[in-house]
Design a protein around this ligand. Structure first.
Ligand code: C5P
Length: 396
């Protein structure tokens, strides 16, 4: 997919710049031609000499380098590529891109290009979570810029969290996706995600543990393949992806209504951790502690959204359910596929020892009509990309 393609790789100024050396090797091994551009700050982290040696090409650094201009003007440089990749994309670079600045070679290329752009953000987690960076990221996505990562993990600054640049293998996949066809263009996909909250009284609720990370990543991956995504989410700590239609719900019954309202869709991916029961005798006022003892809660069963959708008059062509299990994962998932009437089940072991629940990785088994595939433990974004690619294959 990347063989024979021209990639302009803009290396920004962050410690993650060292990973670009491996990215260049991988790109060249895959048959791509790399034109490197190293920003002034980028050159503090990797030497232009090593970049040039690995790329087998000269490194462009300065807009006002007349030699560059006579060899290849910046307009030409920005348009000769099939794709511009910015890695690492620092908070400052993202701000400049979102604002349309052109005060050095890299930003000028990015403003002058008519080619797709992919960024791999990398920064300290507080910078990543800052409202300004959130705004800039949303703007860039709205401008059609593709984004890979950031990922959660240990960071060079000694902190742990999101803001870490995606690994070179992941960036390579994202490059292939950005260059490749968008096979889900024209398809409408529903993704449910997050937990549901079932009220006990106005201040208390019961819920399942769910960060919404896997559902969010799936919605983003389907969007990246060109799908028109409706994202129905319960109250989850992970923010929904941009570029999708977000429908925020609270309870299982709200979610059922939102799912019904989203129909017809071609595909439904039901990743939400829906509460099986709601409190039938939920209280209109906050329950008070009394000497009479503890309150008694009575439960009633919530609608099974997946089961209802699987036998719906407007059943999507492909219905995918999830099975979060703590034992007999595959056997339970196979039984669940039949019981619910869906086409596929994505099953995983969420025992606390796996660290999957609330973590950034997942190890899943894909149970289909024809068998079971055991996928290796991967970042949740990677599981999402694999699943989106499988969905695209199944529809064509
Ligand atoms: O039965 P269980 O909760 O293990 O099934 C998990 C799958 O069913 C998930 O895809 C989940 O989104 C879906 N589900 C649902 N409605 C429920 C319970 C689960 O759609 N009430």
């Amino acid at each position: 997919m990347v063989a024979g393609k021209h990639i302009t790789l803009i290396i920004g100024g962050g410690i993650a710049a060292y990973k670009c050396l491996d990215l260049i090797r991988k790109l060249r091994a895959a048959g791509a031609q790399v034109t490197p551009v190293v920003t002034r700050a980028g050159a503090e982290f990797v030497t232009p000499l090593s970049v040039a040696a690995l790329a087998g090409a000269r490194v462009y650094q300065d807009l006002f380098d007349l030699k560059d201009e006579s060899e290849m003007g910046h307009i030409q440089l920005s348009r000769a590529a099939d794709l511009l990749v910015v890695a690492p994309a620092t908070a400052d670079m993202m701000a400049k891109m979102a604002g349309g600045h052109a005060d050095d070679l890299a930003t000028t290329l990015l403003l002058a290009t008519d080619k797709p752009v992919l960024i791999a953000p990398a920064m300290n987690l507080r910078m990543w979570e800052h409202a300004a960076t959130r705004r800039n990221l949303a703007q860039l996505r709205a401008d059609g810029v593709a984004v890979v990562g950031s990922e959660s993990g240990d960071m060079a600054c000694g902190e742990y969290g999101p803001g870490r640049m995606a690994e070179p293998a992941q960036i390579l996949d994202a490059i292939a996706t950005a260059l490749g066809p968008r096979p889900l263009t024209g398809k409408r996909v529903l993704v449910t995600s997050g937990p549901t909250h079932e009220p006990i009284d106005p201040v208390r609720y019961i819920a399942n543990r769910s960060s919404g990370a896997q559902g969010t990543a799936i919605a983003a991956a389907l969007r990246d393949l060109g799908a028109d995504v409706v994202f129905v989410t319960g109250p989850a700590p992970v923010a929904p992806p941009s570029g999708v239609q977000v429908v925020a719900v609270e309870t299982a019954r709200d979610m059922l209504h939102a799912v019904d309202a989203a129909l017809p869709v071609d595909v439904a991916v039901m990743a939400a951790a829906v509460a099986d029961w709601r409190v039938e005798n939920n209280f209109a006022q906050k329950i008070k502690k009394t000497p009479q003892g503890t309150p008694e809660l009575r439960f009633s069963e919530n609608p099974d959204i997946l089961k209802q959708l699987s036998s719906h008059a407007s059943r999507p062509e492909l219905v995918i359910g999830f099975a979060a299990e703590t034992e007999n994962v595959v056997a339970n998932a196979m039984a669940k596929r039949t019981r619910k009437g869906c086409d596929w089940i994505v099953a995983n072991d969420v025992s606390p020892a796996t660290g999957i629940m609330g973590g950034s990785e997942n190890a899943v088994h894909l149970v289909t009509q024809t068998g079971v595939e055991d996928w290796p433990r991967l970042p949740k974004t990677e599981v999402a990309r694999k699943l989106a690619a499988r969905i695209a294959k199944a529809l064509t």
